[in-house]
Design a protein around this ligand. Structure first.
Ligand SMILES: Cc1ncc(COP(=O)(O)O)c(C=O)c1O
Length: 486
């Protein structure tokens, strides 16, 4: 291989000084190409057991120093065995594919290694992070709005819980929590991070109330109101409603306007978890699904989901300026030495040292523009509609819901959805997950990769039907106790 600057010989006990020169870039590119090369027949990579991976790959750290070439060989082995999330047959998560410009931005963010707490150390990077927050806040309808980048949607939701808790209990940020029973409301179709966060921030998992959803997966506002009144009667303190825009399984949108009426009537914090669905705000013909979101107090939105940024790129947006600073600020004379607080995002963020998760989004948005995102989201909708139509037309399959978003859930009649998904992975055909809809396990398709075409959908449905034909009959109904998808 090419020349590598090594300050010391390999045997030296000191660490090797290795700079990023042509040869290292070349080697990295080789690894990238190897990872991107996918076999037509096994597009999501061979299914391997943990035992076989441990046996054949040099995974354990033995504490020894190894030559650079050995390490790159080990990296090549690891990458070639790592499931591909960019394959057009990867539908397992709420992200897929690779946005080229965003990936470039992220690579450069790693190279620059900006810590993102101060303007002093971040320079223009903190300005472009602010530009992303401003643009997203404007799409929500917050004028001017505010926000922070977080390590993901779960932590944006957790941050919202902390803010709602502190806002409801004056002084609690300073003195801790009094004995009050605080209640959070969210639909039974919400993401698990709401309850997880409640357990983490002292509200208590048991104090999350799951509001029934209709057959389309949308929160029932009447049930919400009754539950809140009941809880108040019993002496509990409702503090937050979480409305979901784009539920994890069905892609349902809670009726935010109606929920906002209840939030203001009851005087509680309204948070909208749009980690998955926020991207509809970029799609002119669909954004009405989030009507009323400008009335929310805070909004979670993940750019690493439908906006195609590599993991992670996520924000918590707030309607009121300065809310995050009010609840998360700490002084530190060794850190904040220059510039106003607005130029030092560390004063509002959850972390101290923080990755630059904005540059990739900024680069992609510059490249695509609003119109590019609008077109991309319409393309995902078209794939979802195509899938739903194919399922509707086939008497051997049942569509589980009319898609509101880019999630399509369905069953092959009398065949286990769980086993079909498992077999798709084991036979290296595709990675697809199952999800519970109205008490039944369904195959959940999601469209988030802009390289997927209807040919890929056809291929997947054919694979699903072929596998199903080999399986024994089985019902997908689940025990009612397990019916809540969160
Ligand atoms: C509705 C919803 N909220 C929150 C999250 C959590 O987001 P993250 O994976 O970025 O923590 C997800 C993840 O799928 C989600 O679907």
């Amino acid at each position: 291989m090419g020349r590598i600057h090594q300050g010391r010989s390999h045997d030296d006990s000191k660490a090797h000084a290795l700079s990023i020169d042509e040869s290292v870039v070349q080697k990295t590119l080789e690894l990238v190409r190897a990872h991107s090369r996918l076999d037509e027949e096994t597009p999501v990579r061979p299914h391997r057991s943990p035992e076989s991976l441990r046996e054949t790959l040099s995974i354990e750290l033995d504490g020894e120093a190894h030559p650079f070439d050995d390490v790159t060989d080990a990296l090549a082995g690891l990458l070639s065995a790592t499931p591909s999330t960019t394959s057009q047959q990867f539908f397992n998560q709420l992200f897929a594919g690779r946005d080229t410009v965003a990936t470039m931005g992220d690579v450069l963010a790693v190279i620059a290694n900006t810590p993102m707490y101060t303007f002093k150390a971040g320079g223009p990077q903190v300005l472009l992070e602010r530009a992303c927050i401003n643009r997203m806040a404007a799409k929500v309808g917050f004028d001017p709005g505010d926000g922070i980048f977080t390590p993901g949607g779960s932590l944006s939701n957790m941050a919202a819980l902390i803010i709602a808790r502190n806002e409801a209990l004056e002084g609690s940020r300073e003195s801790g929590l009094p004995g009050a029973r605080l209640i959070v409301y969210t639909s039974e179709e919400c993401h698990y991070s709401v309850r997880k966060g409640a357990g983490m921030v002292g509200i208590g998992r048991g104090n999350v109330r799951f509001v029934p959803a209709d057959e389309h997966g949308r929160m029932d506002p009447n049930a919400l109101r009754s539950m809140m009144l009941e809880d108040r009667d019993s002496g509990a303190v409702p503090i937050m409603i979480n409305a979901t825009s784009g539920t994890t399984v069905q892609g349902a949108f809670d009726p935010i306007d109606q929920i906002a009426d209840i939030a203001s009537e009851q005087g509680v914090w309204l948070h909208v978890d749009a980690a998955w669905g926020g991207a509809v705000l970029l799609c002119e013909s669909k954004r009405r699904l989030m009507d009323g979101v400008d009335r929310a107090d805070s909004v979670t939105w993940d750019a690493h989901k439908l906006m195609g940024a590599p993991l992670t790129s996520a924000v918590l947006l707030t309607r009121e300026v300065g809310v995050c600073k009010k609840h998360f600020d700490e002084a530190a004379s060794y850190l904040y030495q220059e510039d106003d607080d607005e130029l030092n995002p560390g004063r509002s963020s959850l972390q101290c040292g923080r990755r630059n998760d904005a540059l990739k989004l900024w680069a992609a948005w510059k490249y695509r523009g609003d119109a590019g995102y609008d077109a991309m989201i319409r393309q995902f909708y078209a794939l979802a509609e195509y899938t739903a139509d194919r399922v509707r037309e086939d008497p051997g399959m049942t569509l589980s819901h009319d898609p509101q978003y880019v999630n399509v859930c369905f069953e092959v009649n009398a065949k286990s959805s769980e086993r079909i998904c498992y077999e798709l992975g084991r036979r290296q055909k595709a990675k697809v997950g199952y999800g519970i809809v109205n008490g039944r396990k369904t195959i959940r398709m999601v469209y988030a990769n802009n390289e997927v075409t209807t040919d890929h959908v056809d291929r997947l449905l054919d694979d699903i039907l072929a596998i199903a034909a080999e399986l024994p009959d089985e019902d997908n109904a689940i025990e009612p106790a397990l019916a809540c998808s969160c």
